[in-house]
Design a protein around this ligand. Structure first.
Ligand code: KG4
Ligand code: ZN
Length: 354
């Protein structure tokens, strides 16, 4: 049995987890503690980096203590400490990396740096269908900061097929939710509002990126299209811009919020699915994997599963958004492959997956 402590502070969740791997490499989270800063960032309508870093400093000790207690694992029994060292907010990453280094030094355990995006992929190993996962697979990695199609050829072996040319899909959900007055974080709020709406009520333009970029995504156009459709027309002069345009709930009186949410969700999901199905045809993959915060979206899961003969696998709902169990899971495979990082491990805010 191998026990890995995972630490995650790349954005607005302070998270520590303990993951156990049995002799056959089957993973199970013994504890998964997430202290969310969402309530605090709601006041700003998004993540405020300096505040996020400060809050990580304030909570990480208590979160780690609770994870170890819940897991009933004394530090001496741990085999390694895995920590997200990128990509993410520099100040936030620093808190987790320095904390993990301190533990590794004090407890004399190996330190393993993990890529946050790889962590999202490994959240699939903590699901019920972990034993059905086979390489190569096509992973649609969708979060607040990333929208990427990844060919997963083996453990730690990735080829980036395409990504977003502008906004990440989660960012589009968050901004559209803000425009519709649905609050932060926007993804779950849009999904909830959309249940009572008609996805054909509004026709939001979809980006056509052409044949030259079959696996690319673009979400800035649809965000603007929603704003145009729901915000008051200016009597004269220019449209609202920047912060004013994003003012919460500044809507025309005839706007049906549920219809707008459903129409946006349907269009955004279609924009995710089309390149994914194309890549699944072009590459001989065993399955389509979903990972990242937006993979919690049930409408997306259902639409994708209905349109492909391949199995579609997604993480357990609680592990779609940021958590440390996924970092410990990725850390386990890196540990098993022999990776050991020195105390010189640095944060890499722009760390690529491949
Ligand atoms: O992976 P994650 O927790 O953080 C990043 O690494 O970015 O993803 C957060 C993103 C947010 O943009 C949030 O609105 C979105 O995931 N999200 C969803 C849903 N749940 C979370 N988007 C659509 N539908 C959901 N149910
Ligand atoms: Zn994430």
């Amino acid at each position: 049995m191998t026990l890995i402590l995972g630490v995650e502070t790349s954005c607005d969740e302070t998270a520590v987890a303990v993951v156990e791997a049995d002799g056959a490499g089957r993973l199970r989270a013994r504890a998964n503690v997430v202290a969310s800063q969402v309530a605090m960032h709601r006041a700003y309508g998004g993540v405020f980096p300096e505040v996020a870093a400060r809050m990580h400093v304030e909570t990480i000790h208590a979160v780690a203590r609770e994870a170890l207690q819940r897991a009933e694992v004394p530090p001496a029994q741990l085999d390694a400490i895995a920590v997200t060292h990128g990509p993410g907010l520099a100040g936030s990453l620093l808190v987790g990396v320095n904390f993990a280094k301190g533990l590794a030094l004090a407890w004399e355990k190996p330190l393993i740096g993990v890529n946050h995006l790889e962590g999202h992929i490994y959240s699939l190993w903590l699901s019920d269908h972990a034993e059905s996962l086979r390489f190569p697979a096509l992973c649609l990695l969708i979060s607040g900061g990333h929208t990427e199609l990844v060919l997963v050829r083996g453990h730690g072996d990735y080829r980036l097929l395409g990504g977003t040319l502008d906004d990440a899909v989660g960012e589009a959900f968050d901004k559209v939710a803000r425009v519709l007055g649905l609050g932060y974080p926007g993804g779950p709020a849009i999904e909830r509002a959309a249940r009572d709406g008609d996805p054909r009520a509004y026709a939001f333009a979809r980006a056509d990126l052409g044949e030259a970029r079959p696996y690319a995504f673009s979400f800035s156009g649809i965000k603007t299209a929603v704003m145009r459709a729901v915000q008051p027309q200016p009597a004269y002069g220019k449209r609202a811009r920047g912060e004013e345009a994003l003012r919460e709930g500044n809507l025309r009186s005839d706007v049906n919020i549920a219809d707008a949410a459903a129409s946006f969700q349907a269009a955004a999901v279609e924009m995710l699915i089309a390149p994914t199905l194309r890549a699944a045809q072009d590459y001989p993959v065993s399955a389509i994997w979903l990972a990242g915060g937006v993979s919690a979206n049930q409408y997306l899961r259902a639409q994708l599963a209905a349109r492909t003969a391949l199995p579609v696998y997604a993480p357990p709902l609680a592990l779609c958004t940021d958590n440390a169990a996924m970092i410990a899971a990725a850390g386990y495979f890196r540990y098993a492959a022999g990776q050991r990082d020195s105390l010189a491990l640095d944060v890499q805010p722009m760390l690529p997956l491949a």
